[in-house]
Write a protein that binds this ligand. Structure first.
Ligand code: HEC
Ligand code: HEC
Ligand code: HEC
Ligand code: HEC
Length: 445
């Protein structure tokens, strides 16, 4: 193991105290970083030469995240405004513009037109691309938008609004907010206005983790703000996670949690109802955070022998022309980062690219096969209802089985690594999906 990585690794497990909620001695804007300064307020260069010369400096920062406080009237310093002060981070951040490839999932995987039928994602579902494209991709999608809560993971301006106004921000009409966007995916999400200091600005993440937040390193938390499974609270429309501690952060308990949310008429929470067969369906969204931290994750689970944060694999350290070591702010596949593969991964992974390819090939085989089955079972249920061959309790059980099967299948289908982040959890989900599909099929015999 190279020495520098060893240090980073050590940093990852020495979780320092996390300052939650009320931060003592807040300054003008209500934020106090580890350096205790407020760059936004004064516009002063408080961290001019602090780009780490060594990994040791970066390592201490990676250990602790500060949860931003609500109700402080914070404003956003845009990414572009940091370009001279933090040229290395800014320039690599701008490289995200080059990751502009986007695939249309409804064409690549036509089965989702049926599986998601009645929901926006059946009509238009673009694959992920560079962070800097989030607003273009949001406003140009064929999916309808009613509320501004869909800006939760797209712009610092909305993050600041939610911090300032609290949960009421989430129910703002889309049209009333869209023109206020000045900073698509900014530094603010992860640093507030103190680049280099790690903050959790999306407070629902802190609510979901409770005291367990100290068990997760700051870099992984910063990604978990968006790369995670959420739902919009039916009453407040606020972005909310389906767990309240790390113990509940797994697909089994998260499904039970969403099942336990029942409305006044006794209906279980649903993102939408399939009009043809009446299944109350759930849509999973990019659960990278839950997958990486989940049981069996080789580098992320609680008992992983060699821990790596999301940033260790997707950002990495690099050297500027003047020799300064800094964190690469281009978020890419580790396979597109030869420097990282060589310096860190190669000691244990002789050929990570082939390992990844092998896992992903097997993943797609199983995901596609199950999807075709799920699609057929949806149609079978519609046919059985129309033919009057299923009703009463059997019908309700069958709907429930297919709701569960779809949840498990979707949990891995929408996870962006295509099975690589946690092969064990992926197999568990696909096994569960199969169990529930077999049950549904039995009920229709
Ligand atoms: C998605 C989260 C995220 C965003 C957005 C982000 N950063 Fe960072 N930043 C990180 C992480 C993770 C680190 C590494 C922290 C560590 O190693 O302790 C970091 C480290 C830094 C550092 C410390 C020095 C270094 O390079 O390690 C600076 C300065 C910095 N970022 C500036 C910026 C600027 C400027 C922007 C916007 C152009 C930005 N960051 C956007 C996550 C982010
Ligand atoms: C504010 C929300 C947000 C945060 C924080 C965030 N992401 Fe993302 N990320 C997104 C969105 C949204 C997309 C998809 C962008 C698109 O396609 O328009 C994305 C896409 C990506 C991609 C795919 C890029 C490509 O070219 O295909 C990677 C890799 C990624 N994120 C990694 C990370 C990592 C690692 C972190 C933490 C250090 C992180 N993200 C933090 C919202 C976020
Ligand atoms: C142990 C290393 C490792 C860790 C830790 C890790 N990833 Fe990944 N990630 C990968 C690999 C490998 C891939 C597959 C890349 C490929 O297919 O080219 C991937 C794929 C992705 C993708 C899809 C990228 C694309 O180009 O479409 C996203 C998004 C992503 N990861 C986000 C995250 C987030 C967020 C975290 C933390 C919660 C995380 N990753 C933690 C290794 C890692
Ligand atoms: C100290 C050794 C070690 C280092 C260094 C290391 N890994 Fe791993 N990695 C492992 C082991 C062991 C596994 C589990 C393999 C298994 O279960 O077959 C694993 C599994 C993985 C997996 C899950 C898929 C698979 O291939 O089994 C990914 C993705 C991964 N590592 C990415 C990375 C990346 C990216 C780096 C560099 C940033 C890295 N690893 C560095 C030891 C290491």
């Amino acid at each position: 193991m190279p020495e520098n990585k060893d240090k980073l690794f050590m940093g990852g497990i020495l979780v320092a105290a996390v300052v939650l909620g009320a931060i003592a001695g807040v300054n003008g804007k209500g934020f106090k970083g580890q350096g205790g300064s407020d760059t936004a307020d004064t516009g002063k260069q408080t961290e001019p030469e602090t780009q780490p010369e060594t990994d040791t400096q970066a390592e201490t920062k990676e250990t602790a995240a500060i949860v931003a406080e609500r109700g402080t009237g914070i404003t956003v310093t845009k990414a572009d405004d940091w370009s001279t002060q933090f040229p290395n981070q800014y320039e690599t951040y701008m490289l995200n513009n080059e990751n502009d490839e986007v695939h249309e999932y409804t064409e690549l995987h036509p089965y989702i037109q049926r599986i998601y039928a009645g929901y926006g994602f059946a009509k238009s579902y673009g694959s992920a691309r560079g962070h800097t494209y989030v607003i273009t991709d949001l406003t140009s999608t064929g999916r309808p938008h009613k509320l501004a809560n869909c800006f939760t993971c797209k712009t610092s301006d909305f993050t600041a609004k939610a911090l300032n106004e609290g949960d009421s921000a989430y129910a703002t009409a889309f049209e009333d907010f869209v023109d206020q966007v000045t900073d698509p995916f900014g530094c603010f999400h992860c640093h507030t206005n103190e680049p280099g200091t790690m903050y959790v600005t999306h407070t629902y993440l802190a609510n979901a983790l409770g005291d367990d937040i100290t068990k997760v390193d700051a870099a992984t938390l910063s990604c978990g703000q968006c790369h995670s499974e959420y739902y919009f609270d039916p009453a407040t429309k606020a972005t909310t996670f389906g767990y309240t501690s790390m113990a509940g952060m797994n697909p089994d308990d998260m499904l039970a949690y969403e099942n336990s949310i029942v409305d006044g008429e006794g209906n279980m929470f649903a993102d939408w109802v399939d009009e043809e067969n009446g299944i109350r369906k759930l849509k999973v969204q990019h659960p990278e955070f839950e997958t990486i931290l989940g049981e069996g994750s080789p580098h992320g689970s609680a008992n992983a022998a060699f821990k790596l944060s999301c940033a260790d694999c997707h950002m990495g350290k690099t050297k500027a022309a003047d020799g300064t070591v800094f964190t690469d702010h281009e978020w890419t596949s580790p396979l597109d980062n030869p420097e990282l593969l060589e310096s860190t991964c190669a000691q244990c992974h002789k050929d990570l690219a082939s390992e990844v390819e092998k896992i992903q090939t097997a993943y797609w085989e199983r995901v596609d096969t199950e999807a075709e089955q799920l699609k057929a079972l949806n149609d079978d249920l519609t046919a059985a209802i129309n033919a009057g061959t299923i009703e009463g309790d059997a019908l309700e059980e069958c709907r429930m089985a297919l709701r569960s099967a779809q949840w498990y299948w979707d949990f891995v289908f929408v996870e962006n690594s295509n099975g690589v982040h946690n092969p064990t959890l992926t197999q568990h989900c696909l096994d569960q999906a199969q169990v529930f599909m077999d049950q549904a099929s039995g009920l229709m015999q």
